[in-house]
Design a protein around this ligand. Structure first.
Ligand code: SF4
Length: 417
């Protein structure tokens, strides 16, 4: 892990919603964007509140029409989190959003590039101390009318790179655009340069980080569904963050945006860049030794505990005694399963040996009680009081293998259609 890159810092928000700093050593912030219409005020506020409750630090809204910027006035009175207005094509929407009291503006250099128009937005934001994100996107960066000429012209700069012309074009566009802001002595800037190509995202942000000292907003744009998009996004953003690059992130999926917030936070927890809130769940992938329905068990543990537990309690759900005791030793609450049974531990101390059907309720009860004890100052997270002595492979938990081999137990539920 490399040290975090030093950047300037911008602050967004106000007295009412609170202030969020980006860059300059602040924690890496998580953003998402609403999916519904901004002019549908009640739905928009409700959507923003869902993302705030899930852990987002900032939420962006689209303002394609005047009715959207008009709605902002009411929305901004009701929300409890800084809001960014996403502006494309019409610089007037930015001015209207500023007038409504917006906390930050996003401009796209690919579609608002008239210098006078940009200057008007800069002046309005400067007067009210509102930061601006300069967000270039691969999809809107190429001026279509002279696309071929520009690509040939710029191709020589990163000649060895498979997307060299694009890399050069995005950097050139950013440099031209940032100059407009510098000329007006405006530095409350955050920069992004997104692509759907994860490898290009790593390269472009690495180049930008070397050229500008403004905070960087990371993202893989149009990443796809949650399944493929999670991999694309975490590969690119995780690599950059491990290299010390990135001050705020937006993961974007074609699915419920709550997943963007959850996955971005999980990525930051895994990289040690944010302090975890809620259960830290460990589970084995299962193998031919499994003798309980572990997939269902883990899903139920996650579904029940994630919304209920606030503290970063480490919970291990393990399929057998091969790795169960080892993981249980490092967890606050753990279960490892055997022949249709589970042994449950709290900080190394065995508290129960129960039938498969009792594992879930007992485990949930132990986790909730443990959290209450921590909150009451009677226990500490991550403290292990007793070494785990695993049971004999054939003993308390039984040998499922031997029994399966002997045809004495019915086949496993896992993996069967
Ligand atoms: S803990 Fe046991 S069941 Fe789970 S993967 Fe490891 S060996 Fe297999």
């Amino acid at each position: 892990m490399q040290d975090r890159r030093q950047t300037r810092q911008v602050t967004i928000g106000d007295d009412r919603v609170g202030r969020v700093t980006i860059g300059g050593g602040a924690p890496i912030r998580v953003q998402t964007m609403t999916a519904g219409y901004t002019h549908d005020i009640d739905a928009c506020v409700a959507e923003i509140e869902r993302y705030r409750a899930a852990g987002a630090d900032v939420v962006r809204v689209a303002v394609p029409e005047r009715k959207d910027t008009e709605a902002l006035k009411e929305i901004l009175k009701q929300v409890r989190i800084p809001i960014v207005a996403d502006v494309h094509f019409h610089y007037q929407r930015a001015l209207e959003a500023v007038e409504a009291g917006i906390h930050k503006i996003r401009l796209n250099p690919g579609n608002i590039n008239d210098r006078d128009q940009v200057n008007k937005v800069i002046d309005a934001c400067k007067e009210r101390r509102i930061p601006i994100r300069i967000g270039v996107n691969e999809g809107s960066i190429i001026e279509r009318k002279d696309k071929q000429r520009r690509m040939e012209e710029l191709g020589k700069y990163f000649a060895g790179h498979r997307s060299g012309h694009l890399l050069a074009l995005m950097i050139a566009k950013l440099e031209e655009y940032v100059d407009i802001f510098r000329d007006r002595d405006f530095h409350d800037i955050v920069i992004s340069a997104k692509s759907m190509d994860a490898a290009l995202v790593i390269d472009i942000y690495t180049e930008i980080a070397a050229r500008f000292d403004y905070p960087l907003h990371l993202g893989v744009t149009h990443a796809g569904t949650k399944d493929s998009g999670a991999i694309r996004s975490v590969v690119a953003l995780g690599t950059l963050i491990a290299n010390g690059i990135g001050d705020t992130v937006r993961i974007s999926y074609a699915s419920d945006h709550i997943d963007e917030v959850k996955d971005a936070l999980e990525m930051l927890y895994c990289l040690g860049k944010r302090e975890r809130k809620g259960v830290d769940l460990i589970a084995c992938p299962t193998c031919g030794r499994i003798q309980v329905d572990l997939f269902t068990l883990v899903k139920e543990v996650e579904r029940t505990l994630m919304p209920e537990i606030e503290l970063p309690i480490k919970v291990a759900v393990m399929g057998c005694i091969v790795n169960g005791p080892g993981e249980a030793e490092g967890a606050d609450v753990a279960v490892f399963a055997g022949d249709r049974r589970g042994i449950i531990y709290v900080q190394g101390e065995r508290v129960a040996n129960v039938e498969e059907g009792e594992i879930l309720p007992r485990l949930l009860k132990e986790v909730k009680e443990f959290e209450s004890r921590v909150k009451a100052g009677k226990a500490k997270l991550g403290e292990k009081r007793v070494e785990i002595l695993p049971p004999a492979p054939i003993g308390e938990l039984g040998s499922g293998h031997a029994k399966i081999a002997a045809g004495q137990v019915e086949q496993l539920t896992i993996g069967r259609s």
